[in-house]
Ligand binder design. Structure first.
Ligand SMILES: CSCCC(=O)C(=O)COP(=O)(O)O
Ligand SMILES: [Mg+2]
Length: 226
C-alpha cells in the first residue's frame, strides 16, 4: 500500500518547455549581473567557491566562474552550485511577476486529491530545494507548497543513483515498498526501483512506450497506488 509519493518536476508535474524556454533563459540573462552585485552574500559566495572547486578555476576570477555557469546552463548540467544560484535568480522573476511556474492540470488535480486522501507528498528534483519551493509557491495552480511535506535535491545525491533513493526512503521513515516515485526519466526510475520503490514513468509527449518495471502513463490521472 502506497503511503508516500515522491515526484520529479521537469517533464513530470510540469512541462520541459517552461523550464528550458522560460527559466533557463531567465537565469542566463540575469545571472551575470546578479553574481557581480551579490558576491558578498554568503550563499552566493559559497556556491561560487564550489563552482571554482569543481571546474578548477580561481575562486577570485568571478568572470571566469560566470562563463562556466553560463556554459552549464546552455548544456543543462545538473550541477548543485549552479542550481543553488539559479534558484536565487529565479526568485527575482517570480517576485516581479515575470512568470509563474507551469503545472499540468492533471498533476494539479491529482496532487490535491492525494493530499486530501492523506498521502504524504514529496518533491525530488535537480532544481535546488529553494527553487522547488519557489516553483510550487509561485505556480499557475496557486501556492501549492502546503501540499508537500518535504523536498529533496542533488544535495541528497544524483537522481540516477539508487543510493539517493535509499537516503530519501530513510528520511521518509517508511519501507521502500510504501513509496511511489514519479519521473519522466527511465534512469531515475531504474535507480528508485533498485532501492525498492514503486515507480511510474510519465510520458508527456510522443508515443507511449512500455516498460517491464515501471507503470507507464501520459498523465497523473490513472496512476495506480496498489
Ligand atoms: C526546481 S524548478 C527547475 C528545475 C530544474 O532546474 C531542473 O534541472 C529540472 O530537473 P528535474 O530533476 O525536475 O527534472
Ligand atoms: Mg524530469
Amino acid at each position: 500500500m502506497i503511503k508516500a509519493i515522491v515526484t520529479d518536476i521537469e517533464g513530470t508535474t510540469s512541462s520541459i518547455h517552461f523550464v528550458h524556454e522560460v527559466l533557463f533563459p531567465y537565469a542566463a540573462k540575469h545571472l551575470p549581473t546578479f553574481i557581480r552585485e551579490n558576491r558578498s552574500i554568503p550563499a552566493v559566495d559559497d556556491a561560487l567557491q564550489e563552482v571554482a572547486r569543481i571546474s578548477k578555476l580561481a575562486t577570485d576570477d568571478t568572470e571566469a566562474l560566470i562563463t562556466q555557469l553560463l556554459q552549464w546552463i546552455a548544456s543543462d548540467q545538473k550541477v548543485t552550485p549552479l542550481k543553488a544560484l539559479q534558484g536565487l535568480v529565479w526568485e527575482q522573476g517570480y517576485r516581479n511577476g515575470d512568470y509563474k511556474a507551469h503545472i499540468y492540470p492533471d498533476a494539479l488535480a491529482t496532487l490535491h486529491k492525494w493530499h486530501q486522501q492523506g498521502l504524504a507528498l514529496y518533491v525530488y528534483s535537480s532544481g535546488s530545494v529553494y527553487a522547488q519551493k519557489l516553483f510550487f509557491g509561485f505556480n499557475e495552480g496557486g501556492d501549492l507548497t502546503t501540499l508537500f511535506q518535504g523536498y529533496f535535491d542533488t544535495v541528497t545525491g544524483p537522481k540516477r543513483e539508487a543510493n539517493s533513493y535509499q537516503k530519501i526512503q530513510q528520511a521518509l521513515d517508511l519501507p521502500a515498498e510504501e513509496i511511489l516515485f514519479l519521473s519522466d526519466i527511465v534512469e531515475e526510475l531504474d535507480a528508485a526501483a533498485e532501492a525498492g520503490m514503486h515507480t511510474a514513468w510519465l510520458q508527456r509527449e510522443g508515443d507511449m512506450l512500455q516498460h517491464p518495471r515501471h507503470q507507464c502513463l501520459d498523465t497523473f490521472t490513472d496512476i495506480a497506488l496498489d
